[in-house]
Write a protein that binds this ligand. Sequence first.
Ligand SMILES: Cc1cc2nc3c(=O)[nH]c(=O)nc-3n(C[C@H](O)[C@H](O)[C@H](O)COP(=O)(O)OP(=O)(O)OC[C@H]3O[C@@H](n4cnc5c(N)ncnc54)[C@H](O)[C@@H]3O)c2cc1C
Length: 435
Amino acid sequence: MNAPRGSVCVVGAGIVGCATAYALARDGWQVTLVDAAAQPGQGASLANGAQLSYSYVEPLATPAALRALPGWLLKADSPLRWRPRPDVDHLRWLAAFVRACRASQVRDTTAALLVLSFLSRDTLHAWLAEQPGAAARSGHGRPGKLVLYRDAAARAGVQRQLDAQAALGCRQRVVDRDECVAIEAALAADRGAIAFGVWTDSEEVVDAARLAQALAQASGARLRLGEKALGFEQRDGRLHALRLQDDVIAAAHFVVATGAGAATLLRPLGLHLPIEPIKGYSITVPVVDATAAPRVSVTDTARKLVYARLGDRLRVAGFAELVGADRRIAPARIEALCDAVRQTFPGACDLREPAAWAGLRPATPDGRPRVGATRFPNLWINAGQGALGLTLAAGSAALLARLMARAEPGIDPRPYAPDAEACPSSARAPQATAA
Ligand SMILES: Cc1cc2nc3c(=O)[nH]c(=O)nc-3n(C[C@H](O)[C@H](O)[C@H](O)COP(=O)(O)OP(=O)(O)OC[C@H]3O[C@@H](n4cnc5c(N)ncnc54)[C@H](O)[C@@H]3O)c2cc1C
């Protein structure tokens, strides 16, 4: 840990907030970590797909997604669902999403997210080397990731994407059906339905909630759990305290890392963050036949599902529903996840009582997180990691810690700078944040 700095209050103890607390404490800040839940890692981080997908960062908004959208929205069992709301922020978000589907923007965003994800990988490796107990407790491992395609016609486009990513530092290769089964023997039963795959041996898994808890504990932060943040007290253009139900927390700096709740907390300050909740589901089930369950992480692109082996459990996650902050669990989604396991890995798991879960991905329209300064000199944002919050948490936290220390950020922070409505104009200039 570095020489003491000032006090900082991090609001939100999901994987992003806990990583932020760890990065700041490591840098010498006295950290207080606040969350409405009784334990860290109970929001979107609780039972997510567990993938550290460092090479799979393409945003949801792409020209292909835009073309496929009408078909997805009309199909009753589609992996995507949208319930329109007559709400200005929602409609603005949708318009920005459509604009973000331009091919040139997708290329820029993918390149920016790869830079952040590689920083994340290196940062997390360094932290886990410092905290070997955290690595063991959170089930961190490097099984590699196999992405399955069921339509041979997709191969040329996939190869083009891999070639573009290779130039940015990714090591991935297209593999045929037989090699898919050679890499993951548990796919033998589903072999006939596989067209080809993409194998990335560097991809990792970790239980996000356990990692969040381990980082919160290792940070030595003062934990204020079960305390909902109601707003901020401000004077002379600076924030002075965070308001809770029966208390206030004064600090020199504040970080908002409340995931899908960030926009709501910031709105009374006149800051508008374009973050919409995108609901996803998971089941976690016991493995009963270790040879029939996957060892490597598997993504099924046709069903838009990921499978991650977490010791003697299998986690299956997916779906994207733009339905507001509604965390109710739709039984049909859980049944669809169970059916996918039955068909892809028959006999692998006990599916009688799946641990069912739904969480809200904090999604920006363009898929870039918002990390950095606001127009309040002591208020910072680290939110909006969307479908990649676990993958990007350590890198986003490391970047924010460098910005708050006025240190050389190491990577260009501009692609992740909070939007014009939230940040000072100087924070968007190249040298200002690096000063
Ligand atoms: C089904 C699904 C699968 C996913 N799979 C993956 C994956 O495989 N890999 C990956 O990288 N990402 C994945 N994600 C995305 C990832 O889970 C999220 O991006 C990540 O969890 C976001 O972390 P967070 O800390 O920003 O938000 P959260 O984990 O939601 O944490 C925010 C915290 O803020 C607290 N909070 C909110 N408002 C307040 C308030 N006013 N006062 C106090 N506390 C407050 C909440 O209680 C919560 O604990 C998945 C998401 C889903 C839903």
